[in-house]
Design a protein around this ligand. Structure first.
Ligand SMILES: NC(=O)c1ccc[n+]([C@@H]2O[C@H](COP(=O)([O-])OP(=O)(O)OC[C@H]3O[C@@H](n4cnc5c(N)ncnc54)[C@H](OP(=O)(O)O)[C@@H]3O)[C@@H](O)[C@H]2O)c1
Length: 267
């Protein structure tokens, strides 16, 4: 059955592929970007900055005015960041949390009254496998995505009485524009972290550019939409990244940390 779907951050990457894919399946999809789309796309477009209350309110009002309902909200807009926890500038930390965490909650809060009124809805939040572990020099990103998962768990319980489901999808590496859009807190030349941060930046860039295209995330989202009763989270990523979650669960914590340090050259 055709659903009204709102997906944030649909100008590129996972959001764009998912918006096109779900449109092809016959859904009425509204995809957002902070700037008006300057090309023709197959889905409806809406301008929305998830860090701006007025922008979120007006985008949601626009969709509701046209469709009277939003069946599915996909909170996908997000920002990556690399830097040493001791050095990342406060403004960068705030920007990441304002987008990845507070932005997601802001959009949920704007959409929920209409979903509660209809006693139906599905919220899919895009977290990350990186949110399941404190990765070196990616701590702000990991913390923001861990927050996404915790908020999702709470939403799932709080919204059950109103017939609304919430779940998260946790991608591993996906080849998107996230490399170009990621904030990088470069260390000053005399910083003891400089070589580590540069190495991590190069490593993450290489991993993302060699990763699979976003279609596998779009297909996971389709699976969630078609599920009678969705799980609380869905992990989707390369085998080793998925396996790392099992290792974290079953290995002694210092052994798991040792493996992470080895993997990232942090002797
Ligand atoms: N790629 C990966 O390896 C990977 C892995 C795990 C999780 N993820 C998560 O997947 C999601 C999508 O990432 P991606 O890889 O597709 O990245 P991307 O290609 O950089 O796309 C990010 C999207 O977020 C939007 N966005 C950024 N800031 C925004 C804001 N303040 N308000 C509204 N929209 C905003 C951008 O739209 P505009 O710039 O047009 O406004 C863009 O459409 C993110 O949450 C990311 O953390 C990605």
């Amino acid at each position: 059955m055709s659903k009204v779907i709102l997906i944030t951050g649909a100008s590129t990457g996972i959001g764009r592929t998912t918006a096109e894919y779900l449109t092809n399946l016959g859904h009425r999809v509204y995809g957002t970007s902070r700037k008006p789309f300057n090309e023709v796309v197959s889905f409806q477009t809406v301008v929305m900055d998830v860090t701006d209350d007025a922008s979120v309110q007006s985008a949601i009002a626009h969709v509701l005015q046209r469709e009277q309902q939003i069946d599915i909200l996909i909170n996908n807009a997000g920002l990556g960041i690399i830097g040493a926890l001791e050095e990342v500038p406060e403004e960068m930390i705030q920007r990441v949390f304002d987008t990845n965490v507070w932005g997601l909650l802001r959009v949920c809060r704007a959409v929920l009254p209409a979903m509660r009124q209809r006693r139906s809805g599905l919220i899919i939040n895009v977290g990350s496998i990186a949110g399941r572990m404190g990765l070196p020099f990616r701590g702000i990103y990991s913390a923001s995505k861990a927050s996404v998962e915790i908020l999702t768990e709470t939403l799932s319980i709080e919204l059950k009485p109103f017939g609304i489901e919430a779940c998260s999808v946790l991608p591993g590496d996906v080849r998107t524009n996230i490399n170009a859009n990621r904030l990088v807190a470069h260390s000053p030349s005399n910083s003891p972290y400089r070589a580590y941060v540069d190495d991590m930046n190069a490593k993450v860039k290489a991993e993302v550019s060699e990763a699979a295209e976003p279609m596998y995330i779009a297909e996971t989202i389709e699976k969630i939409i078609n599920a009678k009763s969705p799980n609380i989270y869905y992990v989707a990523g390369p085998f080793l990244q998925r396996a790392s979650l099992w290792l974290k669960r079953f290995l002694p914590s210092r052994i798991f940390e040792y493996l992470l340090r080895e993997n990232y050259g942090m002797k």
